[in-house]
Design a protein around this ligand. Structure first.
Ligand code: GLN
Length: 295
């Protein structure tokens, strides 16, 4: 005889009384079909509701949740179930171990971009290096660099006013007030021949890329994601124009798609950069390429 069909997880409310462990288990079941990071999503959403740090979840799995916590957790999990990025639901994403406020006006900082920060920090630059971050978005790259190099003179720019406002809010929140943040269409508001290092994580996804219809990118602004010429237009523009904005022996360092390294290296060499090299991210994908402007 056939048994009663099981209720689908999405039809279940979180059973009360709920504990940390039962709440996480419920959310994982609900999110697993639509998210490939269900466990992490559930943990970040629960921590947001109970206002605790990660270790708390493992130390106190039996701890009961209050009815208010259950209600708010259910609401957040339902939003995630509809596809909304976790970072947008909680309004925050960690990058370089720093908390960044996020919203839908910019790209959500990615762990992949930490390799760009690490590479920038490894360059032989002076204690008082002048650094430019183009298309800063939340300010993640510029502020992460500032958190490591107090005496660097860092300028971060974005074309979008809302992004500039968000980066400034992050700067204030992180108390990294030495970073100069301004509105600029790429180089339009900065001085020529002024920088020892120019970094950028520009839009580099091809406009027809399938991956634009999946996951978090559906909720991020197109202007931060896609570029013409199979995603190369902004990378090439920045590489070409940066030559006028770098000091002699300054570096350019660009994030790009994992299949764009060969062409981008060729372009940098063609433009006259030296010591051109690509660095892989922690997933072993080609992720950023640098060159030295020796003139
Ligand atoms: N790395 C991001 C992604 O593939 C895109 C970031 C970008 O276009 N700069 O989702």
């Amino acid at each position: 005889m056939l048994s009663q069909p099981l209720a689908l997880p999405e039809q279940l409310a979180l059973a009360e009384p709920a504990t940390i462990a039962t709440a996480l288990q419920w959310a994982c079941l609900l999110l697993a079909p639509t998210s490939d990071s269900a466990q992490l999503d559930a943990e970040v959403l629960l921590l947001h509701c109970i206002k605790k740090r990660r270790a708390f979840l493992y130390t106190w799995p039996e701890k009961p949740l209050t009815p208010e916590q259950v209600k708010s957790f259910e609401a957040l999990v339902q939003k995630r179930h509809k596809g909304l990025p976790v970072a947008h639901i909680v309004g925050e994403r960690e990058f370089w171990s720093l908390p960044f406020m996020v919203n839908d006006t910019t790209l959500i900082p990615r762990p992949d971009t930490e390799i760009l920060v690490e590479t920038a920090l490894s360059l032989p630059l002076s204690t008082y290096a002048k650094v430019l971050d183009l298309g800063t978005g939340t300010g993640a790259i510029a502020l992460a660099l500032a958190s490591e190099r107090e005496s660097w003179e860092i300028t971060a720019v974005d074309k979008v006013d809302d992004a500039v406002a968000l980066a400034i809010a992050n700067r204030e929140n992180l108390k990294l007030t030495q970073v100069n943040i301004l509105q600029s269409d790429w180089f339009s508001a900065v001085k020529a021949r002024d920088f020892d290092l120019i970094v950028s994580n520009p839009p580099y996804i091809d406009e027809t890329d399938e991956h634009l219809h999946q996951g978090d990118v559906r909720f991020e602004p197109q202007s931060a994601l896609t570029a013409a010429e199979e995603g190369f237009a902004d990378l090439y523009y920045i590489a070409k124009t940066a030559r006028d904005y770098l000091k002699p022996n300054g570096y350019i360092l660009l994030e790009h798609g994992f299949e764009q390294a060969v062409k981008l290296r060729a372009k940098l060499v063609e433009l006259g950069y030296e010591n051109v090299a690509t660095v892989r991210d922690f997933g072993s994908n080609d992720r950023c390429t640098l060159g030295k402007w020796a003139e």
